[in-house]
Design a protein around this ligand. Sequence first.
Ligand code: AMP
Ligand code: GLY
Length: 423
Amino acid sequence: MKVLVIGGGGREHAIVWALRRSARVTEVVCAPGNGGIAQLARCVPVNQKDLDDLLQVVSAENPDLTIVGPELPLSLGLVDELERRGLRVFGPTQAAAQLETSKAFAKEFMQRHRIPTAHYAVCTSEAEVKQAIGLFHAPLVVKADGLAAGKGVVICQTKEEALETAAGIFSGKLLGSADTKLVLEEFLEGEEVSFLVLCDGKHVAPLVPAQDHKRIGEGDTGLNTGGMGAYSTDQLIDNQMRDWLLTHIAQPVVDGMAAEGAPFRGILYCGLMMTPRGPMVLEFNTRFGDPETQAVLMRLESDILDAFEASIDGRVSETQMQWRPGASVCIIASSAGYPGSFRSGLEITGLDRAAEVAGVQVFHSGTALVEGKYLTAGGRVLGATAAAESLQQALALAYEALGTIHFDGIYYRHDIGHRALKL
Ligand code: AMP
Ligand code: GLY
């Protein structure tokens, strides 16, 4: 079978790596891919923001199956268009992806279907924000409605700061482009968990749980990033909690979307806060998370193709994904300056030695392979990913591999997994 993967980050590197282990996959093409993916798949250029360009790549490659990794092509309706053409594609339609592409839609949907989430107000003007803010206590959270690559959420310590943030979202000063809607939300405290489930429009099946580290600095300080590291261990949630999350969150989402005429197929990523009042949804993503996916797929023992096909064919309730016990971790190395501005084109060395560390895979995020040399090509550059019997062992392996890798200004957090080690 020939499979086309859309995307070019660490998540797609891990997906391509998992696909290459399937006996049924004969060829993998990735658009646009990156330097690391190029070792495992033929990479073809594509502008991920351009639906016509994406469709042209699919037509030219004529794959048996297309997997859409990132949110942007989902938001453009790539899945809808491929389904219309009778092609096999993994991922949600544009209408189903609204759970991620509009935070206001997601909050109102959760209210309609009684899915636990923070109290909120949707506002479309500064005047509405001024009025609604009286209902909240500081600190409070202000969220731009649309996709913002992880930069659209601001935790405000005071109501004045929330008003300023709201003004910045409406004017476009905060995110570079103006948004017409935002969500004001109650601030929740607790432990965050990324709970990913495979969906086929009717049924859900859980993947192993993970926890992301979104802040740039050690001790979870500083600016938010796309994710500086993630780990997966079953200790994050016990079986009873997993069943509760399936019954009270994941299944109601899939039932609700089906009832509203937008059945959800693909990966539903529930970003949860485990609060003293119980688990609450912070956000949905309608795709695999990055870097959670790198850690989670290190633990997948069964064929990933079975999972993709079960989602497309409505067989999720019959599918058993097999997981390796123990733990896994992905530690991201980023460019100096990230999540602000950074330099690209710096040579990466030591990847050969890192590959010799048993139990480790280095998944590339922003790299390019130019004349036989790996160069940095993004804020998040790569992620050393390891699986082992315990989280401590996985961490030791991943840090050992990272220690052999070098590029000018390489930065990574030394405390990935610190919350789990305290559990
Ligand atoms: P989101 O994109 O909605 O997941 O927000 C990004 C991050 O902001 C989350 O992973 C949390 O760390 C934080 N966050 C979002 N909403 C809240 C909330 N209501 N209370 C506390 N932290 C939040
Ligand atoms: N790691 C969070 C995300 O993929 O959005």
